[in-house]
Design a protein around this ligand. Structure first.
Ligand code: PLP
Length: 379
């Protein structure tokens, strides 16, 4: 077996990260505030545009948690969440003692199905309980059906908490993901398109929301010379060291998006003659995915080969791949909550695979992937 592991998505430093980190040491800004935090927030605001205000936080999960609090979600409330996602989209609902209501995906973007969403809302409303928020996700970097979901949210006057953790740099009709929610969340975890080792951000069009997020993220200290508190606070601010990594990463973000999209092209080409494999791609030119992860589905009825067999074949050659997200409504911790929809996300989970997608994969890595995949489908 080849001793060099090919990772699904590993950190890819641009080179200037350490300059910002060293600066933090030299100026003794080794704290959860400082010039890198402010600089990183400004870089992000400039990049996503659309009059957004960004609060840098310790994780994407923290951003979703504070987002729900700022949308006034309380114990006993209902929150609608895309089922086909990573558990961090849904866990903050439980932190607050609220009830998640899961909604299936549609087949074009793999994200929240507008029809199932409306069904879920109408059912809640008929029981006298309007959901307090909707959490759609741009999974794997693919924008969800932004216009359709927004229209329903506006019609029923329910705010959107947009989970854009995987979609920094993706856009829909030319507008950046991370700017479509009443509040939005970004992530800079180690496996994401850029990383601060761990980190996230809360995004809003309203500067007051940003200020409130920072207030809550820094232990909710009231204005007083002593420590005075009239709200529950959190320790969720991003460190100035991590933000330094983020500033360096922002310098290479567009380059890394281009490289991820090249990896997607690589798979389109690799699978073009393997008819049982479909590479997940944008439904039309309104959608621009950062292709954080390149994903495929295998129609195993063609020749009996399954996505799990391909995963094992890749693993055997020290190449990491991963099943698509297991839907939340099928997870032991969430299966008791309501679910609306069909088996779209379940089928994706059963037949799909994420393939190595990092911006740092080289030609040797690609050659190894070609050989393993070709051998697998030739047999
Ligand atoms: C990574 C991720 C999160 C959580 O972000 P962290 O920074 O890891 O806390 C939330 N939602 C989705 C869809 C993610 O992929």
């Amino acid at each position: 077996m080849n001793t060099t592991k090919i990772w699904l998505s590993s950190p890819h430093m641009g080179g200037t990260e350490q300059i910002y980190v060293n600066e933090a040491f030299e100026t003794n800004w080794v704290a959860p505030l400082g010039p890198n935090v402010t600089g990183f927030e400004n870089d992000l605001q400039k990049f996503i545009g659309n009059n957004s205000h960004v609060a840098a936080l310790s994780s994407g999960t923290a951003a979703l948690h504070l987002g729900l609090i700022l949308l006034d979600v309380k114990a006993g409330d209902e929150v609608i969440c895309q089922s086909f996602t990573f558990s961090a989209s849904a866990n903050p609902i439980l932190y607050l003692g609220a009830t998640p209501i899961f909604v299936d995906s549609e087949t074009e973007t793999w994200n929240m199905c507008p029809i199932a969403l409306e069904e879920a809302i109408l059912d809640s409303v008929s029981k006298g309980k309007k959901p307090k928020a909707i959490i759609p996700v741009h999974l794997y970097g693919m924008p969800y059906k932004v216009d359709e979901i927004r229209k329903i949210a506006n019609h029923y006057e329910i705010p959107i908490l947009e989970d854009s953790a995987e979609a920094l740099g993706s856009h829909y009709k030319g507008t950046m993901c991370g700017t479509f929610g009443d509040i939005s969340a970004l992530s800079f975890n180690g496996n994401k398109i850029i990383t601060t080792s761990g980190g996230g951000a809360l995004v809003s069009k309203k500067e007051t929301i940003k200020e409130k997020a920072i207030f809550l993220a820094t232990q909710a200290r009231d204005a007083a010379p002593h420590y005075q508190h009239s709200h529950v606070g959190y320790n969720y601010r991003l460190s100035n060291i991590s933000a330094g990594i983020g500033r360096g990463q922002m310098e290479v973000l567009q380059k890394h998006i281009n490289l991820r999209r090249e990896m997607h092209d690589f798979y389109m080409n690799l699978f073009k003659n393997i008819k049982e494999v479909i590479v997940f791609q944008e439904p039309n030119s309104d959608y621009y995915s950062n292709h954080w992860l390149s994903c495929i589905t295998i129609n195993s009825s063609e020749n009996g080969k399954t996505s799990e067999q391909l995963r094992l074949a890749l693993e055997n050659d020290n190449i990491e791949s991963r099943p698509l997200w297991k839907p939340m409504h099928l997870q032991p911790i969430f299966e008791k909550y309501p679910y609306y929809g069909n088996t779209v996300s379940e089928n994706l989970f059963n037949n799909g695979l994420c393939l190595p997608s990092g911006s740092n994969l080289n030609n040797d890595d690609k050659q190894r992937i070609i050989e393993t995949v070709s051998r697998f489908f030739m047999k």
